[in-house]
Every structure is written in structure tokens, then in C-alpha cells.
Design a protein. Structure first.
Length: 471
């Protein structure tokens, strides 16, 4: 199926029963087990295993509250996205929904913002994975490992989608398994069941300055860190379009993933701050998981977690190349990008895969050539992009739900809870996060850069929309 700008403009305001925005003709090689693991594994990355240590150092035990609040916001966003994805399965996911609900300019802005985010993330993950392997094999330079990983996952994504699904299934299974084992060991230690481990009780939650030792400022820092740690869930709704049963698949994946992810994140933070004083220097330096396992006397905890983190990074590289290529392919099919990258061969958008992988590799090169200016600019640019995407998701759902209830209620396989009140509450929460980001120096810079990118894309998208309307 192909499309042009005029068709996109007409379809943006179309009713559910009318012509939908054009989408590329992709294969349907993903199974339900693939979708379920993509949903679970997509959000479990190095940010949880390592980055959460800095958040704990800032928020103290109140990091539990920070992750619970941000987790609730993410659950609302995913419920909204699940409702729309079940009603309109599309590889463009929220970009298609934004086009339907708001207009082509919104689909353009959300889609290309997310594509840019994923491509830069591919570079970051490649650098992180190469650093770990270089520590094991110092004779091989880091750039060679990055090149190898990029080649591996480019080839994986150029082949049938089921190969991507298999990689992600096993990667996600390893990550989920690692967290489950950590939670089981942690709970046993908290109960005093493990040998040589006394039950800590509530001493680490109430001592060392109390539950919120750095006040609301510390909680805010932890909250901001936790919000961005949840990014990655969106990929499952992109992948759903290539599953055997898109509607049932995404509905089940979203329903089962939300509470499990909340358990993994909030549960992990609770285990760490109950077992260890939040002031322990090892938490931000080694990472909370390694610090906890070392405290419990687990042999080779550091190396075990290095393997898990490597798997998390490789999984994210694989998923982000996939997500970026499908988003780009969808945008081109809807007349929002250069046609040269829109060709689909054997059910795979290979040109879009290559473009996304090449851009990711360019980001790696920039990190070596210009780490202090260009690469730093890229990092700041993607800082708040996920919040921009979530905002488009919420507004789109607010509009499309009314259309669905009026014209195609049978498509409401997944329903947003307490509509429209919780959708509005989620929007208020996102605005609150934007305000909190503006208060902190580091996040304020990210907000400016990310906002600048979104404004530029919105202006380009709006100009394209007006030109299409005139034609």
C-alpha cells in the first residue's frame, strides 16, 4: 500500500470507517510470545541496572515513591496507546494515531522525533556495549566492537521479522530472568532466610535522614530519572502490526506487561533501599544491583551484572534499529519522507533499516570525533523527546476515543480506564514533568534542545500539510 501527502491530509480527519493513513505492506512473522517479551524487555535497559544508582543517591528511600509515580504515568500512557493500537494496528503506531486525531503535522512531528531518538540511542547503546566487551578483550579497539554489533543487528533486521522477534525474545528472557532472580534473592534476604544475612527491618528506610532525606528536591531528581528510565515500551505497539494477530496480540501484551514492569522497577528499588543504606557509595559507583549482590556475598556479582547489562544494551540496539526502520517506513508510505527509503522487499523495509543503522553509526563516530560539542548536542536533543511523544499519544487518544465510541465501538478491544479523566490526569502529569525539568539546570538544557527539535519538526510538518491542502 502506498500513499501521498494529499491522501494523508484527507485521512487525518477521516472517520474510523473511512480511508486510513497509508501504511507499508509488511510481513506478519511475529508470534504472541515475541510480543509479550518485547513488551517486557523493551523497557528493561542499562538505565535500570546502572543509571538508577544516581537516582537513589539523590532521592534516598523515596526513590520507591518516585518510581511508583512515574510508573503510574507510564501505565496510563501505555493503556492509551494500547487502546489505539488495538483499534488501528499500524507500524507507525502513535505517529499514525497523531495523524488521525490531530493532523498530518502531528504525525510528522511525533514520527520523526521518535526516529531521531531511536537512532541516537542505537549509537549510545553501541558505545556502552563496546566498552564492556573491550574490558574483557582489551586487545580489540572499541570502535571494532561497535562496528561488529551494528553489522550483526543490521543483518538481523534486514532479514525476516521473525529473526528480530527471536533475538528479542531471548534477550528479553535473559533480562527478565535476571531481575526475577534478583528480586527472589532480595526478598529472601529481607526476610532473613539467606545464610549469614540478618533481616534489616525498616532501619534503612527510616534511618540516615529518613524516607525523604533530601526533601522534595531529591524526590524530584529521582522522579525525573525514573520517568526516562521507562522509555522503550512503545516498540511493542510498532511490532504489533507485524504479528500474526495484531489486535489480540497488542491487547494481551499491553495488559500483561504493565503490572509486571511496575513490579520489576518498583520492586527492585524497594529491595535495594531496604537492604542497603541509601548513602552507600557503592550504589552510584557500581550500580544498585551490583552493590546489593556484593553486600549479600554473591560471588562475581560485578561480572554477572556486566553480562546482563551487555545483553540489555544489545537488546536495545536490536529493538531500536527495528523501531526506527518501521517508523521511517510508515512515514514515507504516508508521504512524509523521501520515497527512496520507502521500498519494502520481502515484507521488510530494507532501505529504512540501512538508513537507520547508518545514522546510528554516524552518532558513534561523532562521539569519537566531537564528544564535547556535536555529540553532547545530540544527547541533549533527545533528552525530553519521549515526553513529547507521550503528549501526542494522550492528545490523540482523547480525540480518537470519541470517534471510536460514536462510529466504531466494536474496535474498542482495549479501553482506557475512566476516560477522559485519567487521560486528562496523565496530560497534567506530563506538563508537571516539563515544569520540573525547567527547574533543574541539567534537565532544563535538555528541555530546550528537545523542545527546539520538536518545534522545528512541527513547523516543517505544518508547512507540508498546508502545501498538500493547496494541491
Amino acid at each position: 500500500m502506498s500513499g501521498n501527502s494529499a491522501q494523508s491530509t484527507e485521512s487525518a480527519d477521516a472517520r474510523p470507517s473511512e480511508q486510513a493513513p497509508a501504511e507499508p505492506t509488511l510481513s506478519h512473522g511475529l508470534k504472541q510470545r515475541h510480543l509479550s517479551m518485547i513488551a517486557l524487555g523493551g523497557v528493561i535497559g542499562a538505565g535500570l541496572f546502572v543509571g538508577s544508582g544516581t537516582a537513589i543517591a539523590a532521592a534516598g528511600p523515596s526513590i520507591i515513591l518516585a518510581y511508583a509515580i512515574s510508573g503510574a504515568l507510564v501505565m496510563l500512557v501505555m493503556r492509551m496507546l494500547g487502546e489505539m493500537a488495538a483499534a488501528y494496528p499500524a507500524s507507525g503506531s502513535f505517529s499514525v494515531h497523531a495523524e488521525r486525531g490531530i493532523g498530518p503535522w502531528a504525525g510528522f512531528t511525533a514520527g520523526w522525533s521518535f526516529w531521531f531518538l531511536l537512532c541516537v540511542a542505537v549509537g549510545l547503546e553501541g558505545i556502552g556495549a563496546a566498552g564492556i566487551v573491550h574490558g574483557w578483550v582489551p586487545g580489540v579497539p572499541e570502535w571494532a566492537w561497535v562496528a561488529l554489533f551494528m553489522l550483526l543487528f543490521t543483518v538481523t533486521n534486514l532479514s525476516a521479522v521473525k529473526n528480530f522477534g527471536e533475538f528479542e525474545f531471548w534477550f528479553a528472557a535473559l533480562k527478565v530472568g535476571a531481575i526475577v532472580i534478583f528480586l527472589v534473592i532480595g526478598v529472601l534476604a529481607i526476610l532473613g532466610v539467606l545464610p549469614d544475612a540478618e533481616a534489616p527491618g525498616m532501619s534503612n528506610l527510616t534511618g540516615h535522614g529518613g524516607f525523604m532525606p533530601n526533601g522534595t528536591e531529591g524526590l524530584i531528581v529521582g522522579l525525573l530519572a525514573s520517568v526516562f528510565a521507562y522509555g522503550g515500551l512503545e516498540t511493542v505497539t510498532i511490532a504489533a502490526a507485524e504479528s500474526e494477530h495484531p489486535v489480540q496480540g497488542v491487547a494481551k501484551a499491553v495488559r500483561t506487561a504493565m503490572w509486571r514492569i511496575a513490579l520489576f522497577y518498583v520492586g527492585s528499588m524497594a529491595v535495594v533501599v531496604v537492604l542497603l543504606p541509601w548513602t552507600a557509595k557503592e550504589i552510584p559507583t557500581k550500580g544498585p544491583y551490583v552493590a546489593t549482590l556484593d553486600y549479600l556475598g554473591v560471588p562475581a556479582a560485578g561480572q554477572i551484572m556486566n553480562v546482563v547489562i551487555l545483553v540489555a544494551l544489545l537488546s536495545a540496539m536490536n529493538a531500536n534499529i527495528y523501531g526506527a526502520s518501521r517508523m521511517a517506513s510508515s512515514l514515507v508510505a504516508r508521504g512524509m519522507g523521501p520515497k527512496v527509503i520507502g521500498k519494502v522487499t520481502g515484507g521488510v523495509p530494507r532501505a529504512a533499516v540501512l538508513m537507520s543503522a547508518v545514522f546510528g553509526f554516524v552518532c558513534v563516530l561523532l562521539s569519537y570525533w566531537r564528544p564535547d560539542d556535536i555529540f553532547a548536542w545530540l544527547l541533549n536533543t533527545i533528552g525530553a523527546i519521549i515526553l513529547v511523544v507521550w503528549f501526542f499519544i494522550a492528545v490523540s487518544q482523547l480525540v480518537l476515543r470519541r470517534k471510536l465510541e460514536r462510529e466504531a465501538p466494536e474496535k474498542l478491544v482495549v479501553k482506557m480506564w475512566a476516560y477522559p479523566y485519567l487521560t486528562i490526569l496523565a496530560l497534567v502529569g506530563m506538563v508537571a514533568v516539563f515544569v520540573l525539568m525547567a527547574r533543574e539546570h541539567d534537565t532544563r538544557i535538555q528541555l530546550y534542545f528537545s523542545g527546539g527539535l520538536a518545534i522545528i519538526l512541527a513547523a516543517v510538518g505544518y508547512a507540508r500539510q498546508k502545501m498538500a491542502e493547496k494541491n
